[in-house]
Design a protein around this ligand. Structure first.
Ligand SMILES: Cc1cc2nc3c(=O)[nH]c(=O)nc-3n(C[C@H](O)[C@H](O)[C@H](O)COP(=O)(O)O)c2cc1C
Length: 216
C-alpha cells in the first residue's frame, strides 16, 4: 500500500567545531557516522571560516531552514572551541534570536554533542572537575532557552583518551548515528527523553524501535 501520509523528516543542522580534525580520534569518527544522512547538514565551522570571518546572514538563514540545531565539538576548557563562541556572539543577534522581535529560533530543538577527556568519575562533586557535565553545560542550556528552543539532554562521550579504537569508539559512533536519525524521523519517546540526564546508557528507553514493515 502506498503511504498516503508521508512523515516529513526534521531538518537537522550540525554545527561542528574541531580546530585540529586531523589529530582527532573520536570526533572524526562521530562525524563520519552521520555523514550522508538525508536531511542532515554538517556545517564544519573551522573548515568554512578558517579566518573566523563568520557570515552572519548566511548562518542565520541556515538556522531558519532547520528544525533541530546541534552543537557538536570536543569539550575545551569546560566549554566549546573558540569558533563556536564567536559564532554565538555574532549569529544569535538581538532581534533575531532573542529580545524584541527575536523569535527566529522559537520552537526549534537544541542538542549538544560533546566529547570530554575527563571520564565520568571526574565530573561529579567529589571528582577533580567538581561539577557534573549538565552543570557545566548550563550556559548552553540557558542560551537555548533564552532563544525559545527546547534544550535536549546532551550526548556525551567521556574519557576519550582511554577509549579503545575498535569497540568503544565504533559503539559511540553508532549511537550518535542512531540518535541523529531518530531526531530526524521523530522516532523518540519524548517524555522518557526529557527525564534523562544524557542520552548515553538510556538509548533503549528513549529510541523507538523501527516498525516492522507489513507485507500485503
Ligand atoms: C585546548 C583543550 C582544552 C580541553 N579542555 C578539556 C576540558 O575542559 N575538559 C575535558 O574533559 N577535556 C578537555 N580537553 C580534552 C578534549 O576534550 C579531548 O581531547 C577531546 O574530546 C578528544 O576528542 P578528539 O579525539 O576528537 O580530539 C581539552 C583539550 C584541549 C586540546
Amino acid at each position: 500500500m502506498n503511504n498516503l501520509n508521508p512523515i516529513v523528516p526534521n531538518q537537522i543542522l550540525i554545527l561542528f567545531a574541531h580546530p585540529a580534525l586531523e589529530k582527532s580520534r573520536v570526533n572524526r569518527r562521530l562525524i563520519q557516522a552521520v555523514q550522508g544522512l538525508e536531511s542532515v547538514l554538517i556545517h564544519d565551522l573551522y573548515e568554512v571560516y578558517p579566518n573566523f570571518q563568520i557570515n552572519v546572514k548566511a548562518e542565520q538563514d541556515l538556522l531558519l531552514a532547520h528544525d533541530i540545531i546541534v552543537f557538536h565539538h570536543p569539550f575545551y576548557w569546560y566549554s566549546s572551541p573558540a569558533i563556536l563562541k564567536e559564532w554565538q556572539d555574532l549569529v544569535l543577534e538581538h532581534g533575531f534570536a532573542y529580545g524584541e522581535g527575536g523569535t527566529a529560533l522559537q520552537g526549534k530543538k537544541f542538542l549538544t554533542a560533546i566529547t570530554t577527556g575527563g571520564d565520568k568519575k571526574a565530573y561529579c562533586q567529589e571528582g577533580y572537575n567538581r561539577f557534573t557535565i549538565r552543570e557545566l553545560l548550563v550556559p548552553f542550556e540557558q542560551t537555548a532557552r533564552l532563544c525559545g528552543m527546547e534544550y535536549l539532554p546532551p550526548f556525551v562521550v567521556q574519557g576519550t583518551h582511554s577509549l579503545q579504537e575498535r569497540h568503544q569508539i565504533d559503539q559511540h559512533a553508532a549511537d550518535y548515528r542512531a540518535i541523529i536519525t531518530a531526531l530526524r524521523d521523530d522516532t523518540i519517546h519524548w517524555e522518557q527523553l526529557r527525564q534523562v540526564n544524557h542520552w548515553n546508557l538510556n538509548l533503549d528507553r528513549v529510541l523507538k524501535l523501527p516498525e516492522v514493515p507489513h507485507h500485503a
